[in-house]
Design a protein around this ligand. Structure first.
Ligand code: AMP
Length: 307
């Protein structure tokens, strides 16, 4: 089952304690699309400027990503500049330039409108809704956002969230959105806003799934040499939604597997700058790391004779 994604396609300038890159390919929809493309066909909706290089376009088409919903507009591509300290969990945004996104009016190609799986990647919540309204009968709508929109466009974001089945955000965003410090309480508050399930991404501490009936927690893969966490959240979402769409299964079991596939894709993303690691990835490596997650978290029941 194909997944439709709307979000940013960006040129990122990033500094981490392990190096620096200027104007490299990034964006929430880009990371999502590449990660999800290992699981299922992807149709991308976004806008880029005249400065967007053909090599970036090629990288996406080589992964089989449908770019007929990627508009080219006069002006500059979206740019984000950020940095991380030794605590790679915290991104510091230095500059956000919406550029061509400021005047973007998405119009979905006809063959996009029947997509059953929709991911509203991090972008202006008005745009997220505008895209969602053009999809005929989505089976699963998932959504991401960030502090920039929670603080800057809260009312619009709440209107979007009302129509979402699964919200995927990080722990700081869950606290900011709900006004609760406890993630358990934050999940209750956020689920009352519309989503049936909440996925909280916790960087190197893993991810949690709060659904109607249960809570599931997964660790992050213990990486020896993380390099750049940019896009980890979007890569997580790509593995998560990609698995649900390819399995055509929205059961609790499938959601738990999807959390692990999400964690797998995020862990690979962090191993290099930009899309460097994701584009070199094979399905075998994904499955091998999935098994490593299983070993990482497997433990025995308490033996009968233990007190
Ligand atoms: P992540 O690290 O997964 O949270 O996402 C990083 C990506 O989000 C970067 O590649 C940025 O280009 C993109 N990004 C940063 N700020 C925004 C924003 N306000 N709206 C949309 N995308 C953004």
């Amino acid at each position: 089952m194909a997944v439709l994604v709307v979000g940013s396609v960006a040129l990122d300038s990033v500094r981490t304690p392990f190096g620096e890159r200027r104007e490299v390919l990034g964006g929430s929809a880009t990371y999502f699309s590449v990660a999800a493309s290992f699981f299922t066909p992807v149709k991308l909706v976004a806008v880029v400027g005249e400065d967007f290089a053909d090599e970036h376009r090629r990288l996406l088409t080589e992964r089989g990503i449908d770019l007929s919903g990627l508009q080219a507009a006069p002006g500059r591509t979206f740019r984000w500049k950020g940095e991380y300290g030794y605590d790679l969990n915290v991104a510091r945004t230095l500059r956000t330039e919406l550029n061509v996104f400021a005047g973007f009016r998405p119009s979905l190609p006809e063959h996009y409108r029947d997509c059953e799986y929709v991911f509203l990647a991090n972008i202006d919540p008005d745009l997220q809704r505008e895209v969602l309204e053009q999809v005929r009968s989505p089976r699963l709508v998932a959504c991401d956002t960030m502090d920039f929109w929670i603080a800057g466009k809260r009312e619009s974001l709440l209107r979007t969230i009302r129509r979402v089945d699964i919200l995927l955000i990080n722990d700081a965003e869950a606290r900011q959105l709900s006004g609760e410090s406890s993630l358990v309480r934050a999940a209750q508050t956020i689920r009352a806003l519309g989503p049936k399930a909440l996925v909280v991404k916790r960087g190197e501490y893993g991810a949690m799934l709060f659904s109607e009936s249960s809570v599931f927690a997964a660790p992050a893969y213990p990486l020896e040499a993380p390099v750049d966490p940019t896009g980890a959240g979007d890569s997580f979402a790509g593995g998560f939604i990609g698995h649900l769409a390819s399995a055509r299964d929205l059961s609790e079991k499938a959601m738990r597997r999807a959390i692990i596939f999400g964690s797998v894709m995020a862990s690979f993303d962090v191993e290099d700058f930009s899309l460097g690691r994701l584009v070199r990835l094979s399905r075998e490596e994904i499955h091998e790391r999935y098994r490593a997650f299983s070993n990482l978290t497997q433990f025995e029941a308490i033996p009968e004779d233990a007190s």
